[in-house]
Structure formats: structure tokens, C-alpha cells
Design a protein around this ligand. Structure first.
Ligand code: SF4
Length: 498
């Protein structure tokens, strides 16, 4: 069979033979996680990285890889100094090198990544490429990874030499390069195996990324099982799994962390809700009127478009604010959503300091996110910094009673994330169900919707903007309801009139 192993196939099938077999024989079991943004970022970063190398000749994509290989060959023979997507094949292996520097005495290989650090799998990726090129008789002078510098802060024109880091990994990849042939033979034999290959679950199912076949491979495990224990590290889960401690029944008598045990115990024994009223009361006492419930939506740019922005920095474009000015007063709402295609930060910061006074409490859920966003705004706008930092200092985290397990129910499934806490506290309440919203149901969708807003018609934009506002508003309304529920559990009923 004429199988061709590409660099992405090599990296995804490298660690598990079963993965190779399933990808060919049971592709319908592949459950893909959304990768659209990563791909988008990858393309954009790749284009900017090429500019680092001056003039270049690009080998256009062609379904027929032989065409790409021939064009590459022509460029090499013509002594083209920089070739992008330079394509090579050796035996069953094929790769397109992101950037190839071509010298009379050899080549330099550059693999571009849109991340801000070198991950282990990148070394396998580039080792695969250099193995092919060396096997074809080229002298590989160096192998390099080009990635984004997270410390770079844009100030004026984009400085590509500061935005990117080029790391020489020539020596590091030698041991991996030596194993490429063996690995490829193994992958090919698994792909072609008439019988299902059956690797057991192990660290390769979770690292470098969660395997898309995990649902299929864990289908025969008891439910719930060790992999459902929420906040436990994967290495610890695997330790129990390998020791045969898999079901919650197996785990209940193990000497494990109290928090994990609480989840197991509550679910296994169908336990009643737990609340430490004294601790929750103490927490509620720290909250002072006027009361503000704040939530930001942010998006990220791999390549910073604005001054003061680093790669992947959270850029706020929207907030929702529910508030109650005095005890017993009605619940009010304010919101901000930036105009698409503009730097949203200044107007958002101005609006925020107008909407939130310097006294009282600002409640956020998982406050480190909101605090970081506000701190970054304060850094770039010194004239607003004092007010912004006051808001920052007045933030209290509504997550605390759940993080501390002062309030826990079995439906929280070991998590303190609002995604679990909210439905656990208000089961079946349609007004708090994100699935009932139009189009935008989570932060990721909000981020994508805002980033792409400029590409829509005026009419579509209005609809998306309305849906973004509805989504963010539900986030803060959910916080109001959680705060109200905490009070109710401590014997204090709060009527919320809107
Ligand atoms: S889930 Fe694990 S065992 Fe199953 S195919 Fe993926 S890596 Fe292999």
C-alpha cells in the first residue's frame, strides 16, 4: 500500500499504535476538539515569520505532492536562497518545510510555531523533517524553531526580530532523528494491521494533547471512574489507573486527598448538599454595598495589532455589570461592547471607571482574570490608573465558598468552575441555561464572534452584537443568583427586583 506519512501525521501517531490503527479503521470515533483559532493563528504567524527571512520563493500547495517536490528541486538547483513550503519525500515520508535557507554547502531548516514556548513535540516534528532531508543527501547545517516571544510588547511598528525567537535545536533533535525510520515503520505496520491494535490508556492519551479517540478507548471503563475526578493531576490519575483503582468503588477507601475523596463520596453515596454556614456567613460579611457584579469578555492576538499588547495577551472588548446600590434596592444593569475592528481598551477603561464607583464591592467569579485585565489597563492608561486600581482592589471572588468547599453538592462533580456550580445550584432553571442563548454560549464563542465581526454584513453584525450582549449579561446575572443563593442558605432572603 502506498501510504505517505506527513509531519503532522507522524506527530499525531508517534506515541500510540492504536491511534494509528483507529485513524484508518474507525475514523468515525475521532472526536475533534475545536481547533479553528489555532489554525488561523498558525497561518497568520507563519506569514509574518517568513518576512523575517527577506525575499523568498513559496512552493504553492498542490494536491499532487510530486509537483511540489519538483518545484522545490528546481528552486534548490537555481540556488534560490530562501524557499518556503519546500517539499521533500524520502521513501514513505513527506514534509513541507516552513522555511528553508538554501546555501551552496547545505540547508538550514526553520519550523514556525504560533506558540510562545518550545514544546517537546516540536522537536519530533523537526527531527522528522531533517531525517527526510538528510536521507536525500543534503547537508543540514542547522534545525531551528521559530516561535513567538511572550515578553515582546508592541510599541509602534511591529519589530519582527523582537516578536520572534529563533531557537537552534540541531543537537537536541539528534536522538529523535535516529528513531524516525523505526517509528515510521511502526506507524505503517499499525495502520495496515488487519486486527485492531489495543494499547492501554497512558500518558500519551493526554500529552502533548488529549487524544481524539479517548472517548472510544475509555468506553469500557466503569462510570464514573478515576478520569472523572475533577481537579486531580493526570499523572496521579494514571498511577491509580495502573494500580487497578479505577471505579469510584475502588477509590473510596484509598488514602487520597480530601477534596478528591469528597467528590467520590458524594457521587457514590448520593450525598445531600453540604454547607458550612459559618464560613459562608463570614464570606458574605466581607461584601459591602454598593454591590457590583462584573464580568469581562476578552480576545487574544497572536500578532499584537495595538501598542502595549503582547502575543496572546487578553484584550478586553466587553463587560457586563449588574449592580445594587443599596440593600433592598432593585437590581440594575450596565454594559459595554466595543466597536469591532478598533482597539477596544481605552473606551472600555473609560466606561468602566464611569460605571463603577470607588467604594463598595466588585464581585467577580475567579477574580484573577478580571484583576489581570484591570491591572493591564491601569498600566497603559496612567490617567485612569488610580480609579482602575481602586476597582481592582475592591474585587472579591465569588468563587471562594466553592473553591474552599464550604458549599458543595454532588452535581458540582468536584469542580468549582461556574460551569458546574451554576447548574448544580439551579438545576433545570431555563433562565440560567447557556444552551438557551442564541449563537454565543461560552467565552470561546464570544471571543471568536468578536474577532471576526468585521467580516460580517451590517445586519449580521447587529445580530451577533445583540447575542454577545445577551451572553455576557447572563454571566453576571448568574453571579447575582449565586450570591442570592448563598444568602438564602445562610437564612437571609434577598428579593431581587429588576
Ligand atoms: S486514547 Fe490513548 S490509547 Fe486510545 S488511541 Fe488515543 S492515545 Fe491511543
Amino acid at each position: 500500500m502506498n501510504d505517505v506519512i506527513t509531519k503532522s501525521l507522524y506527530c499525531s501517531l508517534l506515541f500510540c499504535d492504536r491511534c494509528a490503527w483507529l485513524s484508518r479503521n474507525k475514523p468515525e470515533k475521532y472526536v475533534e476538539k475545536k481547533k479553528e483559532d489555532v489554525l488561523q493563528n498558525g497561518k497568520e504567524v507563519g506569514e509574518y515569520a517568513k518576512e523575517l527571512f527577506g525575499n523568498y520563493v513559496n512552493i504553492e500547495f498542490n494536491k499532487n505532492i510530486n509537483v511540489m517536490i519538483e518545484r522545490t528541486q528546481e528552486c534548490v538547483e537555481r540556488n534560490t536562497p530562501v524557499i518556503t513550503e519546500a517539499s521533500f519525500r524520502y521513501e514513505n515520508m513527506f514534509c513541507s518545510v516552513d522555511i528553508l535557507k538554501n546555501y551552496p554547502d547545505g540547508v538550514e531548516v526553520y519550523e514556525v510555531k504560533s506558540s510562545t514556548e518550545v514544546q517537546d513535540i516540536y522537536l519530533d516534528d523537526i527531527a522528522f523533517q531533517t531525517h527526510i532531508i538528510r536521507s536525500l543527501g543534503y547537508n543540514v547545517k542547522s534545525a531551528n524553531i521559530v516561535y513567538l516571544n511572550s515578553n515582546y510588547v508592541r510599541n509602534g511598528d511591529l519589530e519582527l526580530d523582537k516578536l520572534f525567537i529563533i531557537e537552534d535545536v540541531t543537537d537536541e533533535i539528534i536522538p529523535r532523528e535516529d528513531k524516525v525510520s523505526i517509528n515510521v515503520r511502526r506507524i505503517l505496520s499499525s495502520l495496515r494491521s488487519p486486527k485492531e491494535v489495543t494499547n492501554d490508556i497512558d500518558s500519551y492519551c493526554f500529552k502533548p494533547y488529549e487524544c481524539p479517540f479517548l472517548e472510544y478507548c475509555s468506553k469500557d471503563l466503569p462510570k464514573p471512574n478515576i478520569f472523572d475526578v475533577k481537579i486531580m493531576k493526570i499523572t496521579e490519575k494514571l498511577k491509580y489507573y495502573k494500580a487497578g483503582k479505577i471505579s469510584f468503588e475502588d477509590l473510596i477507601n484509598e488514602d487520597i486527598n480530601e477534596k478528591y475523596l469528597q467528590q467520590i463520596d458524594f457521587e457514590l453515596n448520593d450525598k445531600e448538599d453540604y454547607i458550612n454556614v459559618n464560613n459562608v456567613k463570614k464570606f458574605l460579611k466581607t461584601i459591602k454595598y454598593p454591590l457590583y457584579f462584573l464580568d469581562f469578555e476578552t480576545y487574544q492576538q497572536a500578532i499584537p495589532l495595538y501598542d502595549g499588547v503582547s502575543p496572546y495577551m487578553q484584550i478586553p472588548f466587553q463587560y457586563s455589570l449588574h449592580y445594587i446600590e443599596k440593600e433592598g434596592k432593585e437590581l440594575k444593569h450596565k454594559e459595554f461592547l466595543a466597536k469591532e475592528g478598533t482597539d477596544p481598551r481605552r473606551k472600555l477603561a473609560e466606561s468602566l471607571v464611569n460605571d463603577i464607583p470607588l467604594k463598595g464591592t466588585v464581585l467577580a467569579y475567579n477574580m484573577s482574570f478580571e484583576k489581570t485585565v484591570i491591572k493591564n489597563l491601569a498600566k497603559i492608561y496612567p490617567d485612569l490608573s488610580k480609579k482602575l486600581m481602586k476597582i481592582h482592589d475592591n474585587i472579591i471572588d465569588l468563587m471562594v465558598p466553592f473553591y474552599n468547599r464550604d458549599y458543595y453538592t454532588k452535581d458540582m462533580r468536584g469542580s468549582y468552575s461556574i460551569k458546574y456550580v451554576l447548574p448544580a445550584l439551579f438545576p433545570g432553571d431555563p433562565s440560567l441555561n447557556y444552551h438557551n442563548l442564541e449563537q454565543i454560549h461560552n467565552g470561546g464563542e464570544a471571543m471568536n464572534a468578536f474577532s471576526n465581526l468585521v467580516n460580517y454584513s451590517e445586519e449580521e453584525r447587529l445580530t451577533i452584537r445583540k447575542n454577545l450582549l445577551e451572553y455576557c449579561k447572563l454571566d453576571t446575572f448568574a453571579m447575582v443568583k449565586i450570591w442570592q443563593k448563598l444568602n438564602e442558605k445562610c437564612g437571609k432572603n434577598i428579593n431581587i427586583s429588576i
